[in-house]
Design a binder for this molecule. Sequence first.
Ligand code: SAM
Length: 282
Amino acid sequence: MAALTLRSSMLLLLLPPSNSSPISHRSPSPASCCIHTTQLRSQLPSKSGHIHRLVLSNPGRTKLNPSSDRSFYAFPRLVKHVDEGFLDNLTSLYRERIPPDAEILDLMSSWVSHLPPEVKYKRVVGHGLNAIELSRNPRLDYFFVKDLNEEQKLELADCSFDAVLCTVSVQYLEQPERVFSEIYRVLRPGGVCIVSFSNRMFYEKAIAAWRDGSAYSRTQLVVQYFLAVSGFTQPEVVKKLPAADLQIPESNSLISWLLRLLPSAGGDPFYAAIAYRNYKPT
Ligand SMILES: C[S@@+](CC[C@H](N)C(=O)[O-])C[C@H]1O[C@@H](n2cnc3c(N)ncnc32)[C@H](O)[C@@H]1O
C-alpha cells in the first residue's frame, strides 16, 4: 500500500506515565449488565456514555480529500498497513488485555485483525468499508460495512462486547466523539477499548487535527476522545518506539526537526490508548 509515512515536524515528547488502574477484565453476562444499567438509569441521573464535550473544532475535522470514504476504500487493499514490529506489539497487547472467551468488535477492520493466533475467542465481529477485505479476514465470525463519517450509530446491542479494537484507523474519523460514545454503549462494564496507531496514514483522508499534529498531540487527541464520553476509565497510553527513533534527541533544535522528517530506520513507532468501560455510572 502506498500509505504515506509522515514524520512529523513536531517534537516527540515523552508521554506522562499512566495513572489509571484498569478494572477487572472479566465481564458479567450481557443480560445481567444491561438489566443492571437500565435499573440504575431509572434510579439515578446517570450520564454514562454521554458526550459531555466536543474535542475537535469544525476545521479540525476536515480532510484534504473530501470525497466519499466508501469510494476511497472501494478497491480492496490486502496489505499490512504497518510493519511487523508494530504488529508484534499490538498482538502482545491484545494477548495481555483481552480474555480468551471474549466477544470482540474490530472497528475499521480489514482482512486481518492482529489477534493472537493461538487464542480462541467467543465471537469476533468486524466492521469496515470494504466487504472483500472483511470477507478475507479469517478471525471474523460476522462483519458489516458502514461509513462512520456518514452515520455513527452501530446496529449492535448495548453491552454486547468485552473488547472493541480500532487499529491504525482512528485518524479517519470526522465525528470521533460520537463513535466513542457508541463504543461505550456496546461495551460491557469492564470491557476494554484499544485504539492503536503509528505515524503512517492516508494523508489526504486523515482529519486536519491529526495531520497537523505531533506524535504527542495525536496520542492526547485519542485520550481526549475517551474523556469526552462519560464513563470510561482514565485512558492509559502505551508507547514503544523503535531504536532509531529513540536516538533522536527530544529537543526543539533544527537537527531534531530534520531527523524526524527522515524515514525511520528502526520501524514504525507503536502507540495505543486504552480505556475500560467503568462499572460505576457517572
Ligand atoms: C489503514 S486501514 C486499517 C485496516 C485495519 N484496521 C488494519 O489493521 O489493517 C484503515 C481502515 O479504516 C476504515 N475506514 C476508513 N474510513 C472509514 C469510514 N469513514 N468509516 C468506516 N471505516 C473507515 C477502512 O475500512 C480501512 O480499512
